[in-house]
Design a protein around this ligand. Structure first.
Ligand code: CTP
Length: 400
């Protein structure tokens, strides 16, 4: 009755193997949470999460052995991660119940039944289990009904207080799936926000949720919908959707660019300070990149527009990160600078017959620029570089 055969082939192979190993070892694994939700919606499944009332360690280790893969254990979550080449990541967990001792803190976990494991979860649509041996669905909170009516619904009134990161999860999922947040759930969420629940969560965890929002296909819409929950990190802000769209477009155009820095700078546009980044884990270099975009974009665009020569523009753009170039572009000036960066001269330091030292690299760089902008002809490059090297060398002597 459930379409496990609708899975893409690596996921299907993983499920088939789980079934095989489970039969051999007489175990009963359930596929749970996100993958069941996505299967029922006909969406593609990325990670595979299994839960067992008994024998999770046996299943995890036997799977790893069968696949020549690796198994890592996370005892605090009673979970194993099995990885193997060309297969999705497989999480195998012991069914557990959770107790939240303090709002916003991580729960204490103890072994439980499948029912406990489903009841501890965030939303009804994530609280469905599929018995992969019998194909039977366990849906104690009517998640299927909510999938059909496209609703995000919490399982009890304390859910957002126990774990306020669920506020972010609700918004992210609703936007991704085009679902509504069911009215009572919405009311609980708003109540939790206005009572300061988000302040009980560490900044690190809040940033993790924000980074997950940046990964979404519809990231700009998700971030815009998160407006009102970000105050706890950044104070009051006006979020500009078009800046987010631009960040998305740039990140998509070049996967080597720092997506997190691009989105964060779009959120903090005009007024970013290192305090805003507390808990984010951004390195100093990445923080500089994003602060440059957030705070200096206007200055860069103005100076670029005012610059009268190509050399002036290159001087300016030399200090811009690739991400800032992305935000400034596409423009004739940026394109020309990119071309310049890739331009090479067939000239080496040893061709100059000048004593070695830092003046050589400087002279070569100056010559590269001069040829590129047409200040000199290519055949003049060597003589020009020599003159420049001597000039810089003399200057070094004077200042030294
Ligand atoms: N979960 C929860 N409360 C949280 C985080 C997770 O109850 N704060 C439960 C949900 O049942 C969820 C499952 O743990 O389905 C796995 O979490 P995760 O992998 O983060 O989410 P997915 O639902 O798989 O969603 P995604 O598609 O975003 O990976």
């Amino acid at each position: 009755m459930m379409r496990l055969d609708a899975l893409d082939s690596p996921e299907r192979r993983a499920v088939d193997l789980i079934k095989e190993v489970a039969r051999e070892k007489n175990l009963r694994p359930y596929l749970v949470g996100g993958p069941v939700r996505d299967l029922l919606l006909g969406r593609s499944v990325i990670d595979l999460d299994f839960t067992l009332e008994e024998g999770s360690s046996t299943l995890a280790r036997s799977m790893a052995k069968r696949l020549n893969g690796r198994v890592r254990s996370y005892p605090q979550f009673l979970t194993y991660k099995v990885t193997a080449p060309e297969l999705p990541e497989i999480d195998i967990a012991s069914a557990r119940s959770e107790k939240y001792r303090a709002p916003g803190a991580l729960p204490t976990v103890s072994e439980g039944r499948l029912q406990d494991d489903l009841m501890r979860r965030d939303f009804s649509i994530n609280a469905i289990a599929l018995d992969v041996i019998s194909d039977e669905l366990h849906d104690p909170t009517n998640g299927k009904r909510d999938l059909e009516s496209k609703n995000i619904r919490v399982l009890h009134d304390e859910s957002f207080i126990d774990d306020p990161t669920r506020i972010y999860r609700a918004i992210r999922l609703a936007t991704r799936l085009g679902f509504a947040i069911e009215p009572h759930t919405k009311e609980l969420m708003e109540r939790a926000i206005s009572s300061g629940a988000l302040r009980t969560v560490s900044k690190e965890r809040l940033w993790r949720e924000l980074f997950l929002a940046f990964e979404e296909e519809s990231a700009p819409a998700v971030i815009e919908a998160l407006d009102g929950t970000l105050e706890v990190l950044f104070g009051p802000r006006q979020i500009d959707r078009s800046r987010l769209e631009r960040a998305q477009q740039i990140a998509k155009s070049d996967a080597s660019l720092d997506r997190e820095a691009l989105f964060t700078s779009a959120i903090l546009h005009g007024n970013a300070s290192p305090v805003d980044l507390e808990g984010s884990g951004f390195s100093q270099r990445r923080a500089r990149t994003l602060m440059q975009i957030a705070n200096e974009l206007g200055r860069y665009s103005d100076s670029l527009a005012e610059a009268e020569t190509e050399r002036q523009r290159f001087r300016l753009l030399k200090h811009a990160s690739p991400e800032l170039l992305g935000v400034l572009g596409p423009s004739e000036h940026v394109a020309r600078f990119q071309e310049y960066r890739n331009f090479r001269l067939p000239l080496r330091g040893s061709d100059l017959e000048v004593p070695v030292g830092p003046h050589i690299a400087k002279a070569l760089e100056r010559t590269r620029e001069a040829v590129f902008v047409g200040e000199i002809a290519p055949e003049e490059a060597r003589a020009f570089a020599q003159r420049m090297a001597i000039k810089y060398l003399n200057r070094e002597h004077v200042s030294g």
